[in-house]
Design a protein around this ligand. Structure first.
Ligand code: AMP
Ligand code: TRP
Length: 328
């Protein structure tokens, strides 16, 4: 059986890009593979955060995993810091990774902006991500397009380690959706939808109420033509709406384009909002139930135990291969 691993940071509020690019892809994988889904709280520390907020967001993200349909009887759900193997694996892989390749990571360049005061953790962030993935002998990593370069680094580190020390790691493959791998900002369709964008009109958050969702779609930036056609280069706003609508309704982009011939942008915006509400409303109801049930902590405790068990085996092989003396 194939292994799947993915993670999300408990920062900000999850948005439609996170949902379509990652979370939604996780659900069907549970039926065909052994899955590990992690709340990567250690990654969230790379940018200074309020400790109380981090704690709250970590439990909320786990609640959203459950509400979106991750089933703890089928998948392992856990918090990264509950398994110390991740930190230790990251150190060992930092001794394989090179300064040059980490310096080329675009996320570091975007977030660190070359600043002397960026944390060292922000620089080594992708190595921790590689440890997350490689410690579980992962075959497949479902992610959005923006994580492609980090996955490439995980593959390079696995291959380099195997050449240097003998074969220990499985080399993972990314799984990136054909549509929806890069959901664009509603207020600026030339940039990806993001938790950190200043304006809340950039993103639909998974817990937004229906009125807010409609309001945000109504304000979505489009173009000055009035033709509905799929053309991400020249019509990024309309194409983004079509991608979102298609992902939420299951109807193909081609079919939507045909159905909306001769109709105005306002029509497309309202129907897209409605398709989003149809998916998010039941998710929000389940989220409230899950958070009230007190189930989250129990699921995470059980998940961490399983995660420690599986990753412990690989970590031991790594330590031995590198020349560390086994504990007596
Ligand atoms: P993060 O919130 O950075 O931890 O991202 C969690 C997951 O969501 C990763 O797999 C990202 O690639 C994915 N993701 C984040 N933003 C977007 C976006 N705008 N479109 C598609 N996927 C995204
Ligand atoms: N870096 C990823 C992001 O920002 C989150 C992440 C951490 C991750 N570890 C992972 C994703 C392992 C996939 C697999 O989105």
């Amino acid at each position: 059986m194939k292994r799947v691993f993915s993670g999300m940071q408990p920062t900000g509020n999850l948005h439609l890009g996170n949902y379509i690019g990652a979370l939604k892809q996780f659900i069907p994988l549970q039926e065909e593979a052994e899955c590990f889904f992690c709340v990567v709280d250690l990654h969230a520390l790379t940018i200074p955060r309020d400790p109380e907020d981090l704690r709250k967001k970590t439990l909320e993200l786990a609640g959203l995993y459950l509400a979106a349909g991750l089933d703890p009887d089928k998948s392992t759900l856990f918090v990264q810091s509950h398994n110390p193997a991740h930190s230790e694996g990251a150190w060992l892989l930092q001794c394989v990774a090179r300064m040059g390749e980490l310096g080329r990571m675009t996320q570091f360049k975007d977030k660190g902006k070359g600043s002397e005061s960026a944390t060292a953790g922000l620089f080594t962030y992708p190595v921790l991500q590689a440890a997350d993935i490689l410690l579980y002998d992962t075959d497949i990593v479902p992610i959005g397009e923006d994580q492609k370069q980090h996955l490439e680094l995980s593959r390079d580190l696995a291959e380099r380690f195997n050449r240097q020390y003998g074969k220990v790691f499985t080399v993972p493959e990314p799984k990136i959706g054909k549509t929806g791998a890069r959901v664009m900002g509603l207020d600026n369709p030339n940039k990806k939808m993001s938790k950190s964008a200043d304006s809340s009109f950039n993103r639909i958050e998974l817990l937004d109420d229906p009125d807010t969702i409609v309001k945000k779609f109504k304000r979505a930036v489009t173009d000055s033509e009035n033709e509905i056609r799929y053309d991400p280069q020249n019509k990024p706003g309309i194409s983004n709406l079509l991608d979102i609508y298609s992902e939420m309704s299951g109807e193909s982009v081609d079919s939507l384009v045909e159905r909306y011939q001769g109709k105005g942008y306002g029509h497309l915006k309202l129907d897209t909002a409605d398709a989003v509400i149809q998916v998010l409303k039941p998710l929000q109801d389940r989220y409230r139930d899950v958070m009230e049930s007190g189930e989250v902590k129990r699921v995470l405790a059980q998940g961490a135990e399983r995660a420690r068990e599986v990753s412990g085996n690989t970590l031991q092989k790594v330590q031995e291969a590198m020349g560390l003396v086994p504990r007596g």
